[in-house]
Design a protein around this ligand. Structure first.
Ligand code: ATP
Ligand code: MG
Length: 750
């Protein structure tokens, strides 16, 4: 019979439509940014439900972040109404947790197990190291935790860590600690983030009847951002899809940016082998960005050798705009000047009908955010920080959460330790030590041990009294769970414990902010019906999310921006060692550099209408001023898509390639070349309006000629004499600092 065609199909192009309508068997959509992969995935769910191929609770859809899941659910509800609620839609972690809650016992956990965050994990590990007599200075706990997490990413439980991973004493110790860490977690009735997946995977592997139940349960499985799945996630999906193989994955190898977290781009490249007979669909039309933005991004990513290579055509409304400007590239004196410039541009754009709410500033590393935060605050431009130093990671919030966790889960020893003497209750180090020892010996949780100890003569009278008071408090709060809305309970605990009072009495400059944050926390709890639901939510959002609705400028890291889109995107900090990141350059070789470039590609392709790239000549990195070189990525942007201007004197931070194009530095009169289009040995300068030429903004007309032997001044290094020049960079013998390589644009002739 003929069902009338639903409206959501009409808007799709033929390839997208095929991806939506090919319902049976494995489907891979492999294509570039903004081609509608996520849209296809959402529409596909709607189509499955509309065609009555499956009940909503028999569809499993995996997104990369909680935020992406929320957006997808909203779009889905817009298409098919409230049944969207019943679809199993979420991140790998959230979905795994849902499954794990039902089968906790099979993983050795009890109901109501808690989920540790990064801080607790580290604390636990440090304890285990202390117990084993290991020196945290020789074996940094963070590094060991990193190894443990990579093993988990690969789906490896302690007993499965392969021989080659145990070579060397450091690796051996890490493997040993991994075993103890997992054992201790079970004792605590807790798991960490990686365990959510690992335990579920273990249950599926050890209990085929459970795996079969879920294979039957989900008729259709859909996965977004497939290029960033790790091995554990890959195995998880394989297991679930093994029966019907109705698996649809979408992704883009050019946007694989999480290898440092164990993601393997090989998963997407291997899809056709893994799922023989799969339909592979490529989308080529980009509906997001202007031609210039897309051209800049494509030109940049072309510098990667290791890629499938795809061509994108700008096809959306943004591409049709004849006034769409090129990508603006701007060099500035330092980070503060960069922030001033960015915020000025944001204010100007808001007068052109591009308000702050559609604008994002995407940074390579969180520390770069501060300058922008301050400038935005100064100018009264609203903004929110997404990711980065997150709300739920703040000290006072973590303490408050520990109270809530202990009340929800009296066995949560990590929570107990965190707050038993915060605020100070007169418990000394020695008393806490005795408590630890006794609890260990008796094999009981700290809270229970505290109850016993408070009745004994083991401790000083003062300590006993303090412990008894604390235990009584926790028990009183526990009795309130269920009988009182969780937000009220939270407020009560913060009051009665004296924790809120502690910050109110604190004279430090950050104390008032902490009090506000605690109030904010109580507000956040209001949205939940039970304490457990809230804590579960927190455990999940801690990983990727932050607070707040999009009211102003969005400030976030490039990694967090994957899959999102904004009208206007600012990409600051494009300097060597910042972006590409120093660590990537030093440690990872070509592969890391290419991942950095993909990150730049992700950044540019977030923009619909305008994109701005900037770099500073001087950057303060953790209290050190450093002279910075423009990123090689600046140079790799194709000239016909960008407009470069600079504030930093001369040609600003003219990058190596551009300088070469002008016939080399030091021997020519560059400004003449710039404006006169005079050809040099290396070919003429391009001066097409609005394209790759550097417009010299300001500064004096002094110092335009920089030749070998010339005396120059540099902001950081002072006076010196030029020894040689190559590709826009000068070797200068500074009077105080010695020989340094600096960017020609950053010195002044004197
Ligand atoms: P990314 O790789 O960045 O995750 P994507 O491939 O998932 O991108 P989407 O986010 O699904 O792309 O789509 C990009 C934009 O293009 C969205 O605003 C989407 O609504 C729009 N879009 C997608 N397909 C079409 C279409 N056929 N017609 C009009 N707009 C479309
Ligand atoms: Mg997407």
């Amino acid at each position: 019979e003929a069902t009338p065609e639903p409206p959501w199909l009409a808007g799709l192009n033929p390839e997208q439509r095929r991806a939506v309508e090919t319902l049976d068997g494995p489907v891979l959509v492999l294509s570039g940014a903004g081609t509608g992969k996520t849209r296809v995935l959402t529409t596909r769910i709607a189509h499955i439900l509309h065609q009555r191929r499956a009940q909503p609770w028999r569809v499993l859809a995996v997104t990369f972040t909680n935020r992406a899941a929320r957006e997808m659910r909203e779009r889905l509800a817009g298409m098919i109404g409230p049944v969207a609620e019943s679809v199993w839609l979420g991140t790998f972690h959230a979905l795994s947790l849902r499954i794990l809650r039902r089968h906790a016992a099979l993983a050795g956990l009890r109901d109501g197990f808690s989920i540790l965050d990064a801080d607790d994990q580290l604390r636990l590990l440090k304890q285990l190291m202390a117990d084993a007599g290991l020196d945290a200075k020789k074996d940094p706990p963070k590094a060991i935790m990193g190894r443990i997490q990579r093993w988990k990413d690969r789906g490896l439980t302690p007993d499965r860590v392969p021989e080659e991973d145990r070579r060397g004493t450091g690796a051996q110790r890490a493997a040993m600690l991994y075993t103890r860490y997992q054992a201790r977690l079970l004792e605590l009735n807790a798991c960490d983030f990686g365990d959510l997946l690992l335990h579920t995977l273990g249950i599926f592997q050890a209990h085929p009847e459970v795996a079969a139940e879920y294979q039957r349960r989900f008729d259709y499985i859909l996965v977004d951002e497939y290029q960033d799945t790790n091995v554990a996630q890959y195995l998880w999906l394989r297991l679930l899809a093994a029966g019907h193989r109705n698996l649809c994955c979408v992704g883009d190898d050019d946007q694989s940016i999480y290898s440092w977290r164990g993601a393997e781009v090989g998963n997407i490249l291997r899809f056709e082998q893994d799922y023989p007979g799969s339909a592979v669909i490529r989308l080529e039309r980009n509906y997001r960005s202007t031609t210039a933005i897309l051209g800049a991004a494509s030109g940049l990513i072309r510098h990667n050798a290791d890629r499938l290579g795809k061509d994108l055509i700008a096809a959306g409304a943004a591409a049709a705009d004849p006034d769409a400007p090129p990508v603006k590239v701007r060099g500035l004196w330092d980070g503060e000047a960069e922030a001033r410039w960015v915020v000025e541009e944001i204010e100007a754009l808001s007068h052109e009908g591009l308000p702050a709410a559609g604008t994002a500033i995407l940074v390579r590393a969180a520390f770069l955010m501060r300058a922008f935060e301050e400038r935005l605050m100064t100018c009264g431009v609203p903004y929110q920080v997404v990711g980065g130093p997150r709300f739920y990671e703040r000290l006072e919030i973590r303490d408050a959460l520990a109270y809530l966790r202990l009340v929800a889960q009296p066995d949560d020893d990590l929570a107990f330790e965190r707050i038993v003497n915060t605020p100070k209750r007169g418990l000394g180090e020695a008393s806490l030590q005795s408590l630890q020892v006794m609890a260990r010996k008796a094999g009981m949780p700290l809270l229970a041990a505290a109850r016993d100890l408070a009745d004994s003569d083991e401790l000083t009278k003062r300590a006993r009294k303090a412990l008894a008071g604390f235990v009584a408090d926790v028990e009183r709060w526990r009795a309130l769970v269920g009988g009182m809305p969780p937000a009220e309970l939270c407020a009560t605990i913060l009051e009665e414990s004296g924790y809120a009072a502690m910050w109110k009495a604190d004279k430090s400059p950050e104390a008032p902010g902490r009090v506000e944050n605690l109030e904010e926390l109580v507000g956040a709890v209001t949205e939940f019906e039970t304490l457990d639901a809230f804590l579960e939510h927190i455990a999940l959002v801690m990983e990727t999310e932050s607070k707040g609705a999009a009211a102003g400028v969005t400030l976030m890291t490039l990694h967090g921006a994957k899959g999102l889109e904004f009208d206007v995107v600012f990409l600051p900090g494009w300097e060597e060692d910042v972006f590409p990141h120093k660590r990537a350059l030093e440690e990872g070789g070509q592969a890391s550099l290419e991942e950095e470039r993909r990150l730049a590609y992700v950044g540019l392709t977030r923009a619909r209408k305008r994109a701005f790239v900037s770099f500073a000549a001087n950057r303060r990195i953790f209290n050190n001023w450093q002279a910075a070189m423009p990123s090689r990525f600046v140079d790799e942007l194709p000239d016909d898509c960008v407009e470069k201007t600079s504030d930093t004197g001369l040609y600003g931070a003219v990058t190596a390639g551009f300088a070469e194009e002008m016939g080399g530095w030091g021997t020519r009169h560059p400004r003449r070349s710039m404006t006169g289009g005079q050809g040099g040995a290396g070919g003429g300068a391009r001066v097409a309006p609005g394209t790759g030429s550097w417009k010299v903004r300001d500064r004096t007309g002094d110092g335009l000629d920089i030749t070998v032997g010339q005396r120059v001044f540099h902001q950081k290094f002072g006076y010196g004499r030029v020894l040689s020049s190559e590709g826009g960079k000068l070797a200068v013998d500074f009077e105080k600092a010695g020989v340094k390589t600096v960017v020609a644009g950053f010195v002044e002739a004197v």
